[in-house]
Design a protein around this ligand. Structure first.
Ligand code: NAD
Length: 288
């Protein structure tokens, strides 16, 4: 499609953005669906986030994604927030609805959708999850909002631990019908016991990502049962040690790359009201 005076812009802001796959993924999808949009990426430092958002508001762009480090700074620049963005405390997608900037967070929704696409419905299920950082918070809050019945969070007692304490507090206060507890990841007996009592285990820590790619939080293979689903947020490498150990033991495994793809697809749906051509995008841009 040719760019004309009617073409609308969407974009990514954050720093760095040069490595991002989003412009290729969205522009391919616009072309494929015949939508008159273009998608660009702008390198914006954290301290310039609000200036950039005000400029995008003035330009009346259709919407934009925010990557690190501006996801938290963007909260106060929006006119309204989705419940997920509000509780997660971060915005990764902003939609311009008739001049009003609505902030969303699709990271957790991307994880939920990835689970669904792998045949795992989260509603009414119990999850044990390790992690207290950005990815973990998005998954924990969104799972509670989307109907998970129980979440046992295990976290290392590092600087992120307070995030997990805040997450538990928010879920208890704002989401009914989801039981949530926080434990020290050092307590291995309790960790394995909670996994034994769960439908799904999720690794939402950096363990498994390079240079920790030989490591897994589950050292005891007896923890893997054939009716346990195992999901990982780490996507570099695509198959983490956790996932390969779990697959050998017969568990259903859900790789992290799908979360990355589906959080983009959920944003695409918010911008356009349409499904992104995910299968083709996966083959074209996400194949190893
Ligand atoms: P973060 O820095 O916000 O949080 C890191 C988390 O890992 C913290 O909870 C920390 O306590 C934990 N951690 C680090 N080292 C640990 C160790 N040795 N033992 C136990 N816990 C440890 O990071 P993040 O943004 O949440 O990213 C975490 C991982 O998720 C990264 O690998 C990132 O690439 C991946 N990620 C994937 C997606 C996706 O779409 N699949 C999205 C975001 C992040």
């Amino acid at each position: 499609m040719e760019i004309s005076g009617h073409t609308q812009m969407l974009c990514l802001i954050g720093s760095p953005v040069g490595h991002s796959g989003s412009p290729a993924m969205y522009n391919y999808s616009f072309q494929k669906l015949g939508l008159d949009y273009v998608y660009l990426a702008f390198d914006i430092k954290e301290e310039d986030t609000s200036k950039a958002i005000n400029a995008l508001r003035l330009l009346n762009v259709k919407g934009f994604n925010i990557t690190m480090p501006g996801k938290t700074a963007a909260l106060s620049c929006c006119d309204e927030l989705s419940k997920a963005a509000q509780l997660i405390g971060a915005v990764n997608t902003v939609v311009n609805e008739n001049g009003k900037l609505i902030g969303h967070n699709t990271d957790g929704l991307g994880w939920v959708r990835n689970c669904r696409e792998h045949g795992f419905e989260i509603r009414g299920k119990k999850m044990t999850i390790a992690g207290s950082g950005g990815a973990a918070t998005a998954i924990e809050i969104t799972s509670a909002l989307e109907g998970m019945s129980e979440i046992s969070i295990f976290a290392r007692k590092d600087t992120f631990f307070a995030n997990a304490e805040a997450t538990v507090e928010k879920i208890r206060r704002h989401v009914s019908g989801c039981r949530v507890n926080l434990y020290d990841l050092e307590d291995r007996d309790l960790f394995y016991h909670e996994i034994e009592d769960s439908h799904i285990f999720t690794n939402a820590t950096r363990v498994g990502m390079k240079p920790m790619d030989q490591e897994s939080l589950i050292e005891n293979p007896e923890v893997f049962r054939s009716d346990l689903t195992v999901s990982d947020v780490v996507y570099n490498p695509r198959e983490t040690r956790l996932l390969s150990d779990a697959a050998v033991a017969g568990c259903k495994v859900i790789p992290g790359i799908g979360m990355l793809l589906w959080q983009g697809a959920e944003a695409f749906k918010l911008y356009t009201g349409k499904e992104m051509p995910v299968k083709e995008i996966m083959e074209k841009y996400f194949a190893v």
